[in-house]
Design a protein around this ligand. Structure first.
Ligand code: NAD
Length: 381
């Protein structure tokens, strides 16, 4: 079958869902690859590199969509892209099905199959296709780089002929995939790094990465904020009060805060309040990776950088993976290639869309003219 990747149409999106390397692997599965001209340019992949990898270059988006049996892209499709879908065609992309119901309905009505990369179940077997994690990892890393770029000082302490420089102090709020990547980056740059999460089981991971887990003055029995599947539950008011009291105590001494705390299907919890921002030193930086969900700091403005009256920079960018487009495209294209491997069990260029397979079933949101979202819970963990 022909697998095609169009140029992303979302404003500013620099990632691409197929790289020359992933195209070579897709061809080993018996597929042919097509790319829209210029689709990889913003991520550093030229048409010539794709051609060298055996990929056909389509001159327009229309030609690409027409030629492809499977369209693999990064962002959820636009309305115009859903209009291009046709019966029997498969689309693989992020989708946010709960938030894009109309697009999902339209795709199902057309008789196309849609695989949402953000719906891949987070079970061990599916880790190689877990694009949410590969992108969160990049966001966590890039958040620290962005913080450093805006901080104007070293992360690591230094004793130089021109004076002694204290190490930066970084607090990472939320130690999921993005938070752990931020912690690893921060400690490797030499900052004194603190981290907090409502799930106490991550304390060990945090400490093994060279950071200090922030414990609260709270009855340990009640401190467990875990819900199912490794996600967080909404904290009790008492727990939140203890958490905020601790953060208030730390705020004047912290140079950089990386906020990553999220609770599935909810607005981001408010954890870094305006009085904490007001008590921070001028030149401090907050990177709010929860900005898309309202932010862990309510002063965050989505997709913008602001500087407060007391000189604290607050960054609410939501496109950190796209800001590292070469790396993000390489990992995302690999996630897609693994999905295609599972969809092509015989490596003969023929897709077997096996709805009995937990991973394929979980990620499929439209199939055989039906909306197949939400999926039943996976049978194996
Ligand atoms: P997420 O993006 O939903 O949340 C980020 C972090 O914020 C979580 O660690 C959460 O506990 C934390 N948080 C929520 N409320 C908070 C608060 N009030 N204060 C501080 N922290 C708060 O989470 P994620 O990064 O997607 O990861 C969630 C879990 O899924 C983790 O346990 C991770 O190990 C697991 N996971 C498993 C797989 C797999 O097995 N394939 C893949 C990816 C992630």
């Amino acid at each position: 079958l022909k697998i095609g990747t169009p140029k992303e149409t979302f404003d500013g999106e620099a990632r691409v869902a197929m790289t020359p390397a992933s195209a070579k692997d897709l061809q080993k599965l018996g597929h042919e690859c097509v790319i829209e001209t210029g689709a990889g340019a913003a991520a550093g992949f030229s048409d010539a590199q794709y051609k060298d990898a055996g990929v056909t270059v389509a001159k327009t988006a229309a030609a690409l969509w027409k030629a492809s049996d499977v369209v693999a892209k990064v962002r959820a499709p636009s309305e115009a892209e859903v209009k291009r879908l046709r019966e029997g065609q498969t689309l693989i992309s992020f989708f946010n099905p709960a938030g894009n119901k109309d697009l999902m309905d339209a795709a199902a009505q057309k008789g196309s199959t849609v695989i949402a990369m953000d719906m891949v179940p987070r079970i061990s077997r599916a880790q190689k296709m877990d694009a949410l994690s590969s992108m969160a990892n990049i966001a966590g890393y890039r958040a620290v780089i962005e913080a450093g770029n805006n901080f104007g000082r070293f992360f690591t302490g230094q004793v130089t002929a021109a004076g002694k420089v204290p190490p930066a102090k970084v607090l990472v709020v939320g130690a999921g995939v993005a938070g752990l990547a931020a912690i690893g980056t921060s400690t490797s740059l030499g900052a004194i790094t603190y981290a907090f999460d409502v799930r106490p089981e991550v304390a060990e991971q945090v400490e093994s990465m060279g950071a200090e887990f922030v414990f609260l003055d709270f009855d340990e029995e009640q401190q467990d904020g875990s819900a199912t599947g490794g996600y967080a539950a909404v904290s009790s008011p008492e727990f939140t009060a203890a958490q905020l009291a601790k953060f208030r105590e730390l705020a004047p001494d912290i140079d950089i805060v990386i906020c990553t705390a999220l609770i599935p299907n909810r607005e981001a919890p408010e954890l870094w309040t305006p009085d904490m921002v007001a008590s921070m030193k001028p030149g401090s930086v907050i990177i709010d990776l929860a900005a898309e969900k309202g932010g862990n700091c309510k002063m965050t403005v989505m997709d913008q950088k602001i500087v407060t009256d007391n000189g604290v920079t607050i960054i609410g960018y939501t496109d950190f993976p796209s800001r590292m487009a070469a790396q993000a495209s390489t990992l995302y294209a690999t996630n897609i290639r693994h999905m295609m491997t599972d969809l092509t069990p015989e490596k003969d260029g023929v897709i077997n869309h096996n709805m009995e397979d937990d991973v394929i079933r979980g990620a499929t949101i439209a199939h055989a003219k039906e909306v197949t979202f939400p999926p039943p819970p996976p049978k194996i963990a």
